[in-house]
Design a protein around this ligand. Structure first.
Ligand SMILES: Nc1nc2c(ncn2[C@@H]2O[C@H](COP(=O)(O)OP(=O)(O)OP(=O)(O)O)[C@@H](O)[C@H]2O)c(=O)[nH]1
Ligand SMILES: [Mg+2]
Length: 322
């Protein structure tokens, strides 16, 4: 029986997983049919709208593919295999634990797991965060290939320190690739995964709580939902098209309150923008028309939510829908 190669692109929140997918899709050989599985954490579709060029994209929502959305992942894999896809790329959420997903791929008779990729940044790979984050250590231990991304934002010392941390662990990655804007070559990923002889996971796989309604008085909201997992609080907001955001005010909101991570698709004036907040940088890029504005924000402290929402309120105008 022939098998379909599957690539697992792991990494912490905001490290550049979707950027890597976008770059790989530009290199897709014309004779191949690629299927992408994106597991955006939260009730909103964001990453899947940013990925172009795949033959099929399946979005798995309702939690992490490593726990509550495992069934959704199995269904997505089956749908892609039925559709005659010849290569599958999977982006789990930045809070997913990799071991559970790896087991699913290794035991699936129709799949051949390729080199597991962990996209990490030198800014994330500091000794303090390494010590604190069991998820970071597990991602590094399972990865065959670490894409050390965002080196454009790091000094030579910070990059070297990150590489040392990766090499000192019990199972160093076979390859570490320095990258800027995840500018990797497809052939770097075309190797089978080599399972470690024995892995002792330091991390108890989490169970992300399901999203619950979130009380807030932000204007124009369709809904707001909240979930908590591994010390991170995630808020997903959705507004109708009458909500219009001021770009300068939004920049101020994020600069002043600096949440852990944020991403969204929002209406500003007549245009729609893709919003990204990572590494204390806010970027807004024009994007296609959307049905509604969406924002997914991760906080590491509950008391950071109220100041964020208070400022966010001032960035929203309500206009007649156009
Ligand atoms: N300066 C710089 N920015 C980058 C680089 N790679 C990605 N980014 C930006 O970082 C932000 C997050 O990138 P994504 O690719 O969405 O990260 P992700 O890992 O998919 O994020 P989640 O899915 O939310 O975990 C975006 O604004 C990217 O444009 C890089 O090498 N350098
Ligand atoms: Mg992503």
């Amino acid at each position: 029986m022939s098998t379909t190669p599957v690539h697992l692109i792991t990494g912490l929140l905001g490290s550049g997983k979707t950027t890597l997918l976008q770059n790989l899709l530009k290199q897709k050989p014309s004779e191949e049919k690629w299927g992408i599985i994106i597991n955006d954490f939260g009730p909103l579709t964001i990453d899947a709208t940013l990925v172009a060029g795949a033959d099929k994209i399946v979005e798995v929502r309702g939690g992490c593919v490593c726990c509550s959305a495992q069934h959704g992942l199995r269904q997505a894999l089956d749908a892609l295999l039925k559709a005659g896809i010849t290569r599958i790329l999977v982006e789990p959420t930045g809070v997913s634990h990799p071991a559970e997903i790896t087991d699913l791929f290794l035991h699936h008779p129709a799949l051949e797991l390729q080199a597991i990729v962990a996209v990490m940044t030198p800014q994330q790979l500091t000794p303090a965060r390494w010590e604190k984050s069991a998820l970071m250590r597990d991602l590094a231990m399972l990865a065959d290939l670490v894409v050390l991304n965002k080196i454009d934002l790091a000094t030579a010392d910070v990059i070297q320190q990150a590489e040392q941390l990766l090499c000192q662990q019990p199972r160093p990655p076979q390859t570490i690739l320095r990258a800027s804007h995840a500018d990797c070559q497809l052939h770097d990923l075309l190797k089978p995964h080599s399972p470690p002889p024995l892995l002792i996971w330091q991390h108890k796989p989490h169970q992300c709580t399901s999203f619950m309604p979130h009380e807030t008085d932000l204007p124009g909201l369709i809904d707001a939902q909240r979930s908590e997992s591994d010390g991170l609080i995630t808020l997903g907001y959705r507004w109708g098209p009458e909500a219009v955001f001021s770009r300068p005010a939004l920049r101020q909101v994020f600069a002043d309150t600096a949440p852990h991570r944020g991403k969204g698709l929002i209406r500003t004036g007549k245009r729609w923008q893709s919003l990204q907040w990572a590494d204390n940088i806010l970027s807004l890029q024009e994007t296609a028309w959307q049905r509604d504005s969406r924002l997914l924000v991760f906080f590491d402290r509950a008391d950071a939510i109220e100041p964020f929402e208070t400022r966010l309120k001032d960035s929203i105008l309500l206009k007649l829908a156009q």
